[in-house]
Structures are given as structure tokens and as C-alpha cells.
Design a protein around this ligand. Sequence first.
Ligand SMILES: Cc1cc2nc3c(=O)[nH]c(=O)nc-3n(C[C@H](O)[C@H](O)[C@H](O)COP(=O)(O)OP(=O)(O)OC[C@H]3O[C@@H](n4cnc5c(N)ncnc54)[C@H](O)[C@@H]3O)c2cc1C
Length: 234
Amino acid sequence: MKFSDLSGVMKKTSLTIDTIENPFEHYYIIRMNIPDGMKWVAGEHGLFFLPNRRVKQLQKFRPFSVASIPEEGKVIIGIKTKEPLSSFKKELITMQKGEEVTVRGPFGWFKIQDSKSPIVLFASGVGITPIRALFNQIATDSSRPVHLVYVSNDYHLFKSELEKIAAENAQMTIQCLKNRTEASSALAALSKQYGNQAYYYISGSGKVISSVKKTLKSKQISGKRIITDPFFGY
Ligand SMILES: Cc1cc2nc3c(=O)[nH]c(=O)nc-3n(C[C@H](O)[C@H](O)[C@H](O)COP(=O)(O)OP(=O)(O)OC[C@H]3O[C@@H](n4cnc5c(N)ncnc54)[C@H](O)[C@@H]3O)c2cc1C
């Protein structure tokens, strides 16, 4: 992470709720309307505040990755709730169309590094959110291989739209897997195939990231080729 990766945190933007979808049990997709000219880079995240709701917790905001790209015209986030439901998420998932959300940022470092290297994406659970954005950004790039390994033990958020993107680009593959052992072997096979030519993007809880990083390093993948987005808080 570089200091410039954080510069966007000084910006504050007002968004409004468009839709809140609950596709499966604890998973939610929240779409927000944006003001004209709002820009961000695929893979960035923001600090989200609910200015007109009473969050009964010390920390009044949550960092969330932006799952969309500016061309979609909305900020989309994907969240997973846990029991007990936090006060912040209780307020967030009960918001109505038109209610205000403010965001500081977006900012971050989980971005496409160059225009040539093969890309290996690894998402665990709701860690798919920034990877959805990266996948959309490179959807029409057929100049290099792009492989997504997506592991979740209960539900694969955004699965059908990601599969549709992959089906339309001969260079893209997607594997939606249910357990970590399968995901580790899929990743091991990709790291064997591409070695240090590829960039490896990993998104998920801090624990998952450490373990995937360890696997990659044991396959002699340099730390410089591994880009991570740890979801602290899980
Ligand atoms: C860069 C970054 C990107 C992120 N992107 C996403 C994203 O795209 N989607 C996403 O869902 N999350 C994302 N996160 C994580 C997110 O910011 C939150 O930390 C996470 O969602 C948990 O928030 P929470 O409000 O559910 O739990 P918190 O209130 O933060 O509490 C943490 C844990 O404590 C438990 N808890 C809460 N209240 C109580 C209580 N009274 N008694 C006992 N236990 C309790 C909760 O169940 C939860 O498991 C990201 C984090 C980072 C740093």
C-alpha cells in the first residue's frame, strides 16, 4: 500500500439508496444512485456512513468494497450479515429507496496492475465484491488469460452474472467451488501454469488471505505478484 492509495479518503460523497436485494439468507446487494461525475477505479473501497440513521455502535461507519464500475452508473455493494446482526447492518438493510448514504473515498490498492500479465483472481465468500468490479473492468480484454477461483461454503453472490461475463470472453474462466481444499488445488494448478508471469489478486477475510498467500509463496510466487484485499471485521 502506498500513501497515495489513501488520498481519496478525504472526499465525501452523498449517495441515495436505489434497491436492496436479499438473494440468499444473510447476503444482500445494495445499489445506490450516484451524483454526476462520481469516479472510482475498479477494486477500490469506501467508508460508508448512514447520516440519518442511529447506529448504536462506537464505530459509525463500515468499509465496503465497491462491487461495480463507474460505467454501471451505480455504486453497488454486497454484504453478508452475521448473527447477532450489528446495529450498523440492521440500519443499512432496512433503508428505503431515496435514503441517504455518505461515502468517504473511494480509495485503495486492489487494482489491475498492468495491461499484459495473466490474471488469477481468488475470492472467498463475500470477498467477491471487489473482484466483481475487476471482472467487469476486464470483461472485454481478450488479450490475456483471466481465471477466477471463487470459494464459498454457502452461497456464491453474483455467480450468474460472473459466469455470463466469462462465457462471452474465451480467455476467461470461472470456478465456483464449495470447499477450501478444492480451491487450494485450483490455485496450485494455476500458479504452476503461470508462475511469476501472472498477478494474483486475493480477497476475503484476513485469515483466508494469509493462508492463500502462504500457498502461493510455497509455489515460489513472489510477494510482488500477490495483491490482497483483507476484509478486516470478519
Ligand atoms: C477494505 C475492506 C473492504 C470490505 N468490504 C466488505 C464488503 O464488500 N462486504 C462486507 O460485507 N464486508 C466488507 N468488509 C468488512 C466490513 O467492513 C465489516 O467489518 C464486516 O462486514 C462486519 O461488520 P458488521 O457490522 O457485521 O459487524 P461489526 O459490528 O463490525 O462486528 C464484528 C463482529 O462482531 C459481532 N457482533 C456485533 N455485535 C455484537 C454483539 N452485540 N454481541 C456479540 N457479537 C457481536 C458481529 O456478528 C460481527 O461478526 C470490508 C472490510 C475492509 C477493511
